[in-house]
Write a new protein. Structure first.
Length: 561
């Protein structure tokens, strides 16, 4: 699954950028795309090879799963949320033993979370369509809402670009239990703005602040109205997120799964019991793989805990520790047999951590491929032994689409001045100064460089000659050269500053592109919520990204809207 690099004409619909040009892309993610042989021992197969897909599809179809039960619990979730008909039809397809799934997921970020959440879901949908077209295998797409995560800070805010392209952070005040209980247990209140601004607001205040922050466009009222429909007072944080994802992508057949559903836990008793009966084995296997990664010069994404890869949920979500022959939760101690018995009687009281969650996902769903971000890919590299330990087929992993969305003016600027997109990530004025230098009249720059060269040449020759007259004069000559070089450097700075004043428009255009591509110095797809782009470009955004972004390994795409 790949695509040819894209167009480079003015305001091209997309421009391909090798991800290795970005300083934040770590070596594992780069080698996964460009040198799979270097990391192949950590994964089941190479997604760039067609034979890999045939093998994984066959293994997944042969593995016994509770398909009817899973389809029924999905149908019940969808009915509660009034999911689109296309999404419900997709869930029903899971009853067919031939059907495979492409899975991805994310935490339940406020108002849909950052742009990369949408990019993950769109990539999964495209991979599923490719499987059907290439292999003739029924395939559906499932979005796993990590509803049991208890990291409130990760989900409680959403940043958008206002009409002046300034980042505006909208946040909810923490409800009781935030940071301790699963986000699915946190209920949205209906409070308005409180003194202190949007960061200290209830749901109504956050929605009002969002509407005020978004650019005034023909699309903003309908986008905010749809959000108000999904994010209603009294709903859980994860439930509201699931409804919003269905609003965006349910018509494409996306199946949204709330992982906190107690009905799913009853199907996971064997996984939870095995994890408790082999204390620390999952963590040990992941730690061994992490050490192997580090020996090869990569990094271990997860420092595996010593105990089981499980949390216990009894209002609070607490890690289960292994101490001696017993398990400890909070201040209480249990024999292994006691917790295994509790798995049988109350499976909803258990929740997987990041190491066990993929096993849980692929026990429930016939996953042939998981769509992963760079950090996810790194911890998944630690799990091949864990999959073998549980006897669950390991899926393929496909990197999610990576993109920066620019308006046509910004795209024209890139094309005209041939500035690489990563240059806008560099702090300070270095990249801008380099651009301004390149725009100086050739005679100015050439004459200045000649002057620098001549001064260096003549003064160095003088410093070499004067010792014949007086040895102490060499130091004086070189000090004079240093002052002259300093003065020339200062003069060069004044020339650049004059160029800045002369071409203030160029500076404003440069900063405008930077504000879109790296708001607050962060990659756009990580920093800015999808809702920001929906308000600016309207519902065509989703269709445009679906049409424009190719299935491709190793490239980031600059997309013009």
């Amino acid at each position: 699954m790949s695509s040819d690099p894209s167009q480079s004409s003015v305001a091209a619909p997309r421009i391909a950028v090798d991800v290795r040009r970005f300083p934040w892309i770590r070596r594992l993610a780069a080698d996964y795309a460009f040198d799979f042989a270097s990391v192949s021992r950590f994964f089941v197969a190479n997604p760039a090879e067609r034979a890999s897909w045939r093998g994984v599809i066959a293994r997944t179809q042969a593995f016994d799963r509770p398909r009817a039960d899973v389809a029924s619990l999905l149908a019940a979730q969808q009915a509660r949320r009034h999911a689109p008909a296309e999404a419900r039809a997709s869930a029903e397809r899971l009853r067919d033993t031939r059907t495979v799934a492409v899975l991805t997921g994310q935490q339940a970020g406020l108002f849909g979370g950052p742009l990369f959440t949408l990019l993950k879901a769109l990539t999964a949908l495209k991979v599923a369509r490719e499987i059907e077209a290439t292999h003739g295998t029924p395939a559906v797409t499932i979005f796993w809402v990590d509803a049991e995560d208890h990291d409130w800070d990760e989900v409680s805010s959403c940043t958008v670009l206002d009409g002046e392209l300034h980042p505006r952070r909208i946040a909810l005040a923490p409800p009781p239990g935030a940071g301790e209980v699963p986000v699915a247990s946190l209920v949205l209140d209906g409070g308005g703005n409180r003194e202190g601004g949007a960061d200290d607001s209830g749901l109504a205040g956050a929605l009002d602040a969002l509407e005020a922050a978004l650019p005034a466009s023909e699309f903003t009222p309908s986008v905010v109205a749809s959000l108000r429909e999904a994010y209603r007072p009294g709903r859980g944080m994860a439930d509201a997120f699931a409804r919003w994802m269905e609003t965006l992508l349910g018509r494409y057949g996306l199946i949204v799964f709330d992982s906190s559903d107690p009905a799913s836990k009853a199907l996971l008793k064997p996984v939870f019991s095995r994890e408790l009966e082999a204390p620390g084995r999952t963590s040990q296997l992941a730690a061994q793989a992490g050490a192997d990664l580090e020996r090869l010069g990569y990094h271990a994404q997860v420092a595996a805990p010593a105990g089981p890869a499980l949390f216990h949920v009894d209002r609070r979500r607490e890690a289960i520790r292994h101490e001696g022959a017993r398990y400890v939760i909070g201040g209480a101690s249990y024999q292994a047999s006691e917790l295994v018995a509790r798995v049988t009687s109350h499976p909803s009281a258990f929740s997987p951590n990041v190491l066990l969650r993929p096993i849980v996902e692929d026990t429930l769903f016939p996953t042939v491929c998981y769509i992963a971000g760079p950090s996810e890919l790194a911890y998944l590299a630690q799990l091949r032994g864990v999959y073998e330990h549980f006897g669950v087929p390991m899926p393929l992993y496909y990197p999610r689409a990576s993109a920066t969305i620019l308006d046509s003016a910004a795209a024209r600027f890139l094309a005209r001045y041939e500035v690489p997109i990563e240059a806008f990530h560099t702090p300070g004025d270095g990249a801008l100064n380099h651009l301004l230098e390149s725009q100086l009249p050739p005679g100015v720059d050439a004459t200045f460089q000649d002057a620098v060269h001549t001064v260096d040449e003549r003064m160095n020759a003088l410093a070499a000659a004067v010792p014949a007259i007086d040895p102490t004069l060499e130091g004086a000559a070189r000090s004079t050269l240093g002052r002259m070089q300093h003065d020339l450097k200062a003069l060069h700075g004044k020339i650049i500053q004059a160029a800045k004043r002369r071409d203030e428009t160029l500076r404003r255009q440069f900063e405008r592109v930077r504000a879109q591509a790296f708001p607050g110095g962060q990659p756009q797809e990580r920093a800015i919520g999808t809702v920001s782009f929906l308000a600016r470009y309207g519902p065509v955004l989703v269709d445009r990204l679906d049409d424009t972004l190719p299935l491709d390994l190793g490239h980031h795409w600059v997309v013009t809207m």
